[in-house]
Write a protein that binds this ligand. Structure first.
Ligand SMILES: NC(=O)c1ccc[n+]([C@@H]2O[C@H](COP(=O)([O-])OP(=O)(O)OC[C@H]3O[C@@H](n4cnc5c(N)ncnc54)[C@H](OP(=O)(O)O)[C@@H]3O)[C@@H](O)[C@H]2O)c1
Length: 256
């Protein structure tokens, strides 16, 4: 098999949580372009319908699943549906990540648990359920979108970094547990990407001196710059990469 053929996902089925927009959409589009049938999830029907239309217009195949990622019943139902319709799941990208940046003292117990349910627990249960389908074929790619947050942090931001570093631990531990079943587990840790959610920050000229000083490529990441990392980890080209965190941050975390 040629090296380029190893990047083909033809015939495979991929689930991308939060795949309707932002980094999730870019990763879902890349997997579809490489030949995978992609299921994109989120809470907003219209956004997901747009994403599916765009992927199909580019020649890919996709479908939408609308549910809140923290809803265990809905998670189980989606996995059962994938099993019933496709009979396989090759790739899971756990990409949903809600942001709630404020000092820990301002978090009440329920706010802590809510963020952990969305940003951490959901990926744990979904990965476990996905691994059941993957083990059947002795093949799978579990990928979580973490963050550079937790590796480096801004003041007044504790719960999100905790969830993201929990995800890092999950991927490394699953690499050990599921490796014998032909399933690799890796993480992608994005730096600063100019997605819709960060639009105000990315447009803030006052932040640019900081960006130029801290990010060696001297700019925000474009959302589509996450796609190569996702395709690599999802493909046979990464067959011996297991338990790795692939940082995609323009060099921000290596800057003194
Ligand atoms: N952008 C960055 O600079 C950056 C940096 C580091 C890490 N990350 C991580 O990268 C991932 C994607 O970031 P992004 O900027 O692309 O995010 P985004 O633009 O805010 O998109 C988040 C996606 O997740 C979905 N989502 C959010 N909460 C959900 C929930 N409770 N249930 C189901 N779906 C939910 C959203 O769809 P609905 O709203 O329709 O549900 C949307 O599709 C996140 O995990 C984020 O933490 C991003």
């Amino acid at each position: 098999m040629s090296i380029l053929e190893r990047f083909s996902l033809a015939g495979q089925v991929a689930l991308v949580t939060g795949g309707g927009r932002g980094l999730g959409f870019e990763m879902a589009s890349a997997l579809a372009e490489a030949g995978a049938h992609v299921i994109v999830t989120g809470r907003t029907t219209a956004t997901l319908e747009d994403a599916v239309r765009t992927i199909r217009a580019a020649g890919g195949t996709a479908e939408a699943a609308v549910f809140d990622i923290a809803d265990r019943g809905a998670q189980r139902a989606v996995m059962a549906e994938i099993d019933k319709i496709h009979g396989r799941l090759d790739i899971l990208i756990s990409n949903v990540g809600a942001r709630d940046r404020r000092p820990l003292a301002e978090f009440d117990d329920e706010a802590v648990l809510e963020l952990l349910r969305t940003d951490l627990a959901a990926a744990i249960t979904l990965s476990r359920d996905a691994s059941v389908l993957m083990k059947r074929r002795n093949y799978g790619r579990l990928i979580a979108v973490t963050s550079i947050s937790g590796h480096v942090v801004m003041p007044g931001d504790c719960v999100y970094p905790a969830a993201k570093q929990g995800l890092t631990g999950l991927m490394r531990a699953m690499a050990v547990e599921f490796g014998p079943h032909g399933i690799t587990s890796n993480a992608i840790a994005p730096g600063w990407f100019a997605t819709e959610t960060n639009a105000a920050m990315a447009a803030n000229e006052e932040l640019m001196p900081f960006v130029r000083q801290r990010i060696p490529v001297q700019r925000w990441g474009r959302p589509d710059e996450i796609a190569g990392a996702a395709l690599f980890l999802a493909s046979a080209a990464a067959s011996f990469v297991n338990g790795h965190v692939l940082t995609v941050d323009g060099g921000m975390t290596v800057t003194m």
